[in-house]
Design a protein around this ligand. Sequence first.
Ligand code: DC
Length: 218
Amino acid sequence: MKLAIAIDGPAGAGKSTIAKLIAERYSLMYINTGAMYRAITFKSMQNSIKPEDKEDLCTLMDSLEMHFDDDKLILNGRDITDEIYMPSISNKVSLYASIAEVRKQLVYLQRKMSEKYDVIMDGRDIGTVVLKDSNLKIFLTASAETRAKRRYNELLEKGIDVKYEEILSDIEKRDYIDTHREITPLIKAEDAIEIDSSNMSIEEVVDKISKYIDSIIR
Ligand code: DC
């Protein structure tokens, strides 16, 4: 059986940083499902397709080929990783991620990837939907303020000028939409292990998860 590790949690909890490090440590393929929702949002906005324009959205999705090259998201042959993390995309992505047709298409793609490779996948519905039978499910959280501070520092490092208050309000807004949407909202899977990373370093979280992985692969 393929190894499949699920990491779910709210925006900015550190999922992608942690998942990338675990992927390196255990030679797993890292699938950043948030980036896939962002890619659909990016392309839709480029083509002036609103979340409610379902037919146009489906036609658009049929014309897209996406895959990961390490942690880069390649869409129709082009690396769009930097563009999809701009605040203009972050502000809108939850709306596109609430659309059933979008979720259906991306869940299908994500499952295909997990059939082909040993994966660590992060997102909002990985333990509850995409990898329901996963070997290990982690629910990673942190306070909204801690998460906003982390995102703020990340964007500053990339030279993107933002206000902390705006990031915090965006995170709170996204938390609300992600946890209240009708289709597969963000919830902890019953069998997931919850880790609150507010007062933990990246290394401490990676070490904690590694102990669980070691116990299932030995
Ligand atoms: O992980 P992220 O912040 O890059 O995710 C962007 C958005 O995509 C987030 O607001 C919720 C949505 N998302 C989702 O609904 N399901 C997933 N599996 C991953 C992300």
